[in-house]
Design a protein around this ligand. Structure first.
Ligand code: KG4
Ligand code: ZN
Length: 331
C-alpha cells in the first residue's frame, strides 16, 4: 500500500499543507501571511489567528491538487518545533484532530531538520555524508548530515540569524519586511563598495550582531553629513550589506568543508533563495571542487513539502508519535 502523508507547517507566518506519496511531493500549498509586511515584522498573535482561518482551506486545496482521497492518508506529519508557540499550536491541534478522526499515526517533525531534508525532494540529491548550511529568518547553522535521520549541528549562530541580519539591515534602510528578497533585488543594481568587518568566531559558529551594529553606525555617520545618503546610495548599501553577510557565511562553510573533508555541500532555508549566496557557492564549488545543491525555491522558504519529506523518512524508520505531542518554541 502507498505511504500517503499529510504534512502540516505553521511554525511562523506561512500556513502550509502538503501531500507526499511514497516520498514524492504531490501537492505543496503555501499561504503566506502578507499582512505582517505592513506591521514591520511577524506579530505572533496576528500570525496564530491567520493560521486558524487558513488551515482548513489550505489542507482542502492540498487534497484537491494531489488527487489523493482524504481516506487514503496513512499518517500526519507536522512541525512541533521550533517556532512561534501560538502558531505551532494551530498546526499541532489540527494534526492531532485529523489523526484522531482517521485513526492514523502522527509523525513529529523538527522544522530545522525539515529545511535540510528539502534537499532530498528533487534530483539531483546530495550524497551522504553532506554538509548543509541552513540559513533562515530565525536560524543559521551548519549541519553534518550522515543520513536523513542522523543530523549533527556542527556550527550555529551565537546571536542573530543571517535572515534577521537582512531584515534588520533592511529596516535601517527603510525597506519593507521581509527585506531579504528586496535587498537581493536592489543589490543587483549596486556595487559592494562599503566595507564592514567580518565577525571573528570560533569553530564553525556564526555571529551577525557586529555587522548589524557596524552598519547602523555607518549609516548614522553618513546621514549626519547627508540626509539623503540612504536614498542616493540604496543599491550600493544593499549590495555592501549583502556581500558582508554572504562572505561571513561562506568563510565558515569553507572551513567546515575542509575540516570534515566533505565536498557535497547543500543550502537550505529562506536565505538559500539569495542569488548572491548561490553565486558565491558556485564560485567556491569551482575553487574547492564541491558538488553543490539547493532546494527549488518553493522548498527553500517555509513549506509543508519539506515537513512531509522528513516525515516520510521517519515513517520508513517506524518513528511515530501519539496524541501526547505538544508544540515547543525551542528545538
Ligand atoms: O526559512 P524562512 O522562510 O523562514 C524561517 O523559518 O525563518 O526564512 C525567511 C528569511 C527572512 O529573513 C527573509 O528575509 C529571508 O529568509 N529571505 C532572503 C531571501 N528570500 C528570503 N534573504 C536574502 N535573499 C533572499 N532572496
Ligand atoms: Zn523556516
Amino acid at each position: 500500500m502507498a505511504i500517503n502523508i499529510l504534512a502540516i507547517e505553521s511554525s511562523c507566518d506561512d500556513t502550509s499543507a502538503a501531500i507526499i506519496c511514497d516520498g514524492k511531493v504531490l501537492a505543496n500549498v503555501v499561504s503566506s501571511q502578507l499582512q505582517h509586511a505592513a506591521l514591520g515584522g511577524v506579530v505572533p498573535e496576528v500570525a496564530s489567528r491567520a493560521h486558524i482561518e487558513r488551515i482548513v482551506p489550505v489542507v482542502d486545496l492540498a487534497f484537491q491538487k494531489s488527487g489523493i482521497p482524504v481516506d487514503e492518508v496513512t499518517a500526519v506529519a507536522l512541525t512541533t518545533a521550533p517556532g512561534l508557540l501560538g502558531s505551532l499550536h494551530v498546526g499541532v491541534s489540527f494534526a492531532k484532530a485529523f489523526a484522531l478522526a482517521k485513526n492514523i499515526p502522527l509523525i513529529k517533525v523538527n522544522h530545522m531538520d525539515a529545511h535540510i531534508i528539502a534537499n532530498l525532494i528533487d534530483e539531483p540529491r546530495p550524497v551522504f555524508p553532506f554538509l548543509c548550511l541552513t540559513v533562515s529568518g530565525g536560524h543559521t547553522q551548519i549541519s553534518l548530515v550522515r543520513s536523513p535521520l542522523d543530523i549533527e549541528i556542527i556550527g550555529r549562530t551565537i546571536d542573530d540569524a543571517a535572515g534577521e541580519a537582512f531584515d534588520k539591515g533592511g529596516k535601517m534602510l527603510g525597506l519593507a519586511y521581509p527585506s531579504g528578497p528586496i535587498i537581493d533585488r536592489l543589490a543587483k543594481e549596486g556595487k559592494s563598495k562599503y566595507k564592514f568587518p567580518l565577525p571573528q568566531v570560533n569553530g564553525f559558529d556564526f555571529s551577525f550582531s557586529g555587522i548589524k551594529t557596524a552598519f547602523l553606525y555607518f549609516l548614522r555617520d553618513q546621514l549626519a553629513d547627508d540626509s539623503q545618503f540612504i536614498e542616493n546610495n540604496i543599491n550600493d548599501l544593499a549590495a555592501s550589506l549583502q556581500e558582508t553577510i554572504i562572505e561571513a557565511l561562506i568563510v565558515q562553510l569553507v572551513k567546515a568543508a575542509s575540516h570534515y573533508s566533505i565536498r557535497e555541500i547543500a543550502l537550505a532555508g529562506g536565505v538559500a533563495a539569495n542569488s548572491r549566496l548561490r553565486a558565491k557557492l558556485s564560485e567556491a564549488a569551482g575553487k574547492y571542487d564541491w558538488n553543490t545543491y539547493y532546494p527549488a525555491m518553493q522548498y527553500c522558504t517555509d513549506n509543508a513539502g519539506m515537513i512531509g519529506m522528513q516525515g516520510y523518512y521517519q515513517f520508513l524508520a517506524g518513528r511515530f508519535a501519539d496524541q501526547s505531542i505538544e508544540a515547543s518554541a525551542q528545538v
